[in-house]
Design a binder for this molecule. Structure first.
Ligand SMILES: Cc1ncc(COP(=O)(O)O)c(C=O)c1O
Length: 381
């Protein structure tokens, strides 16, 4: 699929949809309309939401078509939602695994919660860098598990040496790669060295590698750690359809790992039931590599422009491999957030311990970011 550099100045609503072959006129119209409504802030009380790392563009046209077709033909027959098994098989085939290596959930959130419940307690610590995605840490607190929080390195990357050094007696180490909120990433050799060190020095400790944002990584920056999960029983991966696949509202995620590990996670917490429409959408989205490539390219161009905006004004921003950026504004995130909200743009929450200086900004569509950059200028003035 052809992607052209348009910048934020000239916006072609629905152009991407129109460029996809095989979609019906109907699907193009609906997508264009949805995008136009979104651009006009018709949803979310007219507030541009740059606070949750969802996809600004939603599912691709093929996925939308699959949802529509199944809504029309099949949704009254969902008690035996066979597409869920198909999805599990589809994911297994995609990675060359068996279905026993795939655990589906209603978003990856229940997998994060279940893994902490399965592997951590008052003695067996949950070990996490900070700031990172915090659902697992919240779960550790809920169950009164010991929690160890570690600083990032000076470039705001996850400090893998420190993480490995804290594995002794721990139940679970959490590595978000690429990391939310900083957008930093570790390449395959570094991750492999880290995993092998933990498995050698502390073979009883589990390692969770959360690859929710992997599809947004810069070319060559990352490889999935699935082979390590297949080699080591104590390593597992989670993935989400809520990011580049644009399906946050449909709630599908999965874990990849060895059967006995997935069973422990499943037994510790409810994974929810993936419904038929979500399953059919996820299967279509998984196989639509062309759309994911387009989504990643679109996000990358927007990301470059927004990072350039801040860097050209002297603000530090680590290279991001996600659909959000983490900017050192030299002011409290709350102050910037309030300044932006006055102009109907909502940016990310506080990320302790960096909330006095840094703010996370999720990347919206070109239309949204064009408005947002003007708002950022005002809030920074
Ligand atoms: C790193 C990371 N992992 C997991 C999740 C959970 O997403 P979901 O439950 O929608 O799959 C998020 C959501 O923002 C995230 O940022």
């Amino acid at each position: 699929m052809k992607t052209t550099r348009r910048g934020f100045g000239t916006i072609a609503l629905g152009a991407a949809v129109g460029a996809v072959s095989g979609t019906t006129v109907f699907s193009q119209k609906v997508n264009a309309q949805t995008r136009a409504q979104h651009a006009a802030g018709e949803y979310d009380n007219g507030i541009i939401q740059l606070n949750q790392n969802e996809s600004a563009r939603g599912p691709g046209p093929n996925t939308m078509e699959a949802i529509r077709t199944h809504t029309t033909r099949r949704v009254g027959r969902g008690y035996s939602p066979d597409h869920v098994n198909e999805l599990r098989e589809g994911i297994a085939n995609y990675y060359g695994l068996s279905t026993a290596n795939v655990e589906l959930a209603t978003g990856s959130t229940p997998l994060l919660q279940g893994s902490v419940r399965a592997f951590c307690d008052a003695e067996k610590a949950f070990v996490t860098p900070m700031p990172t995605y915090s659902t697992s840490l919240s779960t550790a607190r809920e169950i009164d598990a010991r929690a160890i929080e570690l600083s990032l390195d000076s470039g705001l990357g996850v400090d893998l040496d420190t993480l490995a050094a804290n594995a002794s007696g721990a139940g679970l180490l959490y590595l978000c790669n690429p990391n939310n909120p900083t957008g930093t990433v570790h390449g395959p050799q570094v991750v492999e060295r880290f995993v092998r060190r933990v498995m050698r020095e502390n073979p009883d400790t589990y390692v969770h590698i959360d690859e929710a944002y992997i599809n947004y990584c810069r070319p060559g920056a990352i490889e999935t750690a699935v082979p390590l999960a297949m080699e080591f029983e104590k390593v597992f991966i989670t993935r989400s359809f809520s990011k580049a696949h644009g399906m946050a509202g449909l709630r599908v995620g999965y874990a990849l790992g060895q059967e006995q590990t997935l069973e422990k996670i499943r037994n510790a917490w409810g994974m929810g039931d993936v419904n038929m429409l979500a399953a059919v959408a996820a299967l279509t989205a998984l196989e639509d590599k062309e759309h994911i490539a387009w989504e990643a390219q679109e996000n990358a161009e927007i990301r470059d422009e927004v990072i350039g905006f801040f860097r050209s004004r002297g603000y530090e921003v680590p290279d991001s491999n996600t659909n959000h950026i983490f900017v050192n504004l030299g002011m409290p995130a709350a102050k910037f957030r309030e300044g932006c909200l006055e102009h109907k743009v909502l940016v990310g929450r506080d990320f302790p311990p960096l909330e006095q200086t840094h703010c996370r900004i999720s990347l919206g569509s070109r239309e949204e970011m064009k408005i947002a950059l003007e708002v950022f200028s005002k809030a920074l003035a």
